[in-house]
Design a protein around this ligand. Structure first.
Ligand code: 9D3
Length: 256
């Protein structure tokens, strides 16, 4: 898969190439990442590609023409037409379904906005998909672009070990994770749950599934509403709820 990123901060995006799933995907040739700086397409020697907004108001707007010229260079470097994605607060919410959809394709072009945004005429003419990271105000599209690249790269076949990919297909998918523990077994009076030290793998799996269902029920009930639990899962969740009630711990919080 090839991903091109149009950004005023190519060194920043370039950091991804050294670390984690993205670095691994690049080294193992499952992924190609190229950055393009629209400053190189400015019509002036100073490299300015922003200007004041028509209609007035604070901040600056990225101009359409240099971005279009950069996109031309990207298109010339790619074999086939790829969708142009712009991280944007006005976009559709980016989620795992989007990551899976993008991972199934041949790649895409990310156009990162800075300042107040990009001239709408560039968006109308060239952007296919706008994706938002949620209701939070960031200062530009670079971190969202990196989120998208990370989420997609880890789905490319072979970037994760086969065992982990297989696990994604198991019941864990769509639920919050169970808690994790490592050494030491006792820490300032807090012990690792006994079952995890038992060596009984069937019991451990059962405990983990129960915890995943319980934590999801407590914190993200919306995730459970959207899926049908098996009879086994319903029984595990009932057990979790009974154990919570018995231990006097916080129950499911009241609806917001
Ligand atoms: C304070 C500026 N805002 C005035 C109402 C508008 C605004 C402009 C540019 C808000 C954010 C940005 C920069 N953000 C992104 O480019 C961005 C983003 C985000 O801020 N939140 C969630 N997802 C995304 S994707 C791209």
């Amino acid at each position: 898969m090839r991903i091109d990123v149009v950004t005023l901060f190519p060194e920043w995006i370039g950091q991804l190439q050294e670390f984690g799933v993205v670095g691994r995907g690049l080294r193992e040739s499952r992924l190609e990442l190229a950055c393009w700086n629209p400053r190189d397409d400015a019509d002036n020697a100073s490299g300015r590609i922003d200007d004041r907004p028509y209609g007035g108001g604070p901040g600056m707007v990225m101009q359409a023409a240099p971005l279009a010229a950069t996109l031309d260079r990207v298109r010339a470097a790619r074999k086939a037409r790829a969708p142009v994605i712009m991280p944007s607060p006005q976009g559709e919410r980016f989620d795992q379904r989007w990551a899976e959809r993008l991972a199934a394709g041949d790649g895409f072009v990310l156009v990162c906005g800075r300042y107040e945004g990009i001239d709408q005429r560039f968006v109308d003419a060239h952007v296919d998909i706008e994706l938002s990271m949620g209701d939070v105000v960031l200062s530009g599209g670079e971190l969202p672009a990196m989120m998208i690249i990370d989420a997609v790269a880890r789905l490319l076949s072979g970037v994760l070990g086969d065992s982990r990919s297989a696990q994604q297909d198991s019941f864990v998918d769509g639920l919050l994770d169970h808690p994790h523990y490592t050494r030491p077994p006792s820490l300032a009076g807090a012990d690792v749950p006994e079952v995890l030290l038992s060596g009984d793998h069937a019991r451990i799996e059962r405990w983990r599934e129960k915890q995943a269902l319980g934590v999801t029920w407590q914190r993200r009930p919306d995730l459970l509403d959207r899926r049908a639990l098996t009879a086994h899962q319903k029984a595990l969740l009932d057990e979790y709820i009974a154990e919570q009630a018995a231990s006097g711990d916080a129950d499911r919080p009241p609806e917001a």
